[in-house]
Design a protein around this ligand. Sequence first.
Ligand code: CP3
Length: 351
Amino acid sequence: MDKLSSLLQALNGSTPTSVPIWFMRQAGRSLPEYRDIKGSTPILDLLKNPEIVKTITLQPVSRHNVDAAILYSDIVLPLLVAGIDLRIEAGTGPKITEPFNTPNDTEKLNGDVVNSIPSKLDFVGEAVKLIVSEANVPLIGFAGGPFTLACYLIDGESSKTWSKTKSFMRTFPEAFSLLLNNLALLCAQFIRVQLLSGASVFQVFDSWVGVLDRCDFERFVVPSINAIRSSLSDFNQPMIYFGVNTSHLLDLMTSLEVDCIGIDWRISLTSAAESMNYNHSIQGNLDPSLLLSPFDVIKPIILQTLEEGMRIGGTNTKIGYIFNLGHGVLPETNPATITKTVELVHEFGRY
Ligand code: CP3
């Protein structure tokens, strides 16, 4: 695994020879070789087949030469395994059959249910082992953040505002905190299986926390993320935390016990690092829609982001920098543009 060091060095604050690069949602999505394998098979069925998961996880690594693989799975998989009835609809995303309305509903995810999970995730561990034995780059494990999972459980399906979730949070704050705590333990179980099987790093995708104000982020989300870290205190692998639309929350994120913060594309890396007092490694943050334009148009913007990131993390600083997008790859992205972006970052990202 000759590239292990660039991602891990950036995460422990030392300086790699060149800036590591990977893309959120790099597996599946834009790749024709993924669509060939997927055909009309529902994604939740693909995720249960370790050989297929291995193949899809490694496709972007061999095509684009990125410096990390990310497990092909989904944030709602642990909910399904915990007995929550859900499906994933093509084009929209997860749909919960019976969304949570009252504190009673949250009993479906009580401590006993959560503790029974690891034995039901053997297929995930098996996939991770297959990937790690073949990959020449580190594997990033992941889970959804507790708040983001609660959004799907309560709103029932994708939403711009997650207003049912916010209303539940305000009406039943204690039940909501308890739910987030149980979801934190569920996330930790999902991540534990991946770390035990060989994942080198893990990222918590708390995609929808940006709909919260500062007060609710501090009250509900910060304890839930620190609960994940503390229930994984027997592991040393670094943790990355990412949310969308989080410019107003970045200074509060400095109280998270994580190694790296993923920066959304709406703010410059410099402003983000200033908000966080330069005390966490950073990852990001190209606008994913940039990759839809011709490469010569976007090249100067990629180089500017790279330059900013290298000024913040790397030589003479205590923190590291990982090149990424500010949210996931859009499905309509031309894969050739992703490959060229990797080449450019490898060429100009030398310390
Ligand atoms: O996009 C994000 O904000 C990242 C976090 C996240 C994932 N899944 C991680 C993921 C979220 C919010 C989801 C929920 C989800 N699941 C959605 C988004 C719906 C919404 O509300 O916007 C969708 C479409 C799904 C279903 C899903 N998950 C599909 C169809 C696939 C296969 C490939 C693809 O993206 O089309 C996934 C895989 C998936 N979801 C991965 C991750 C980290 C693994 C692939 C990768 O990261 O490369």
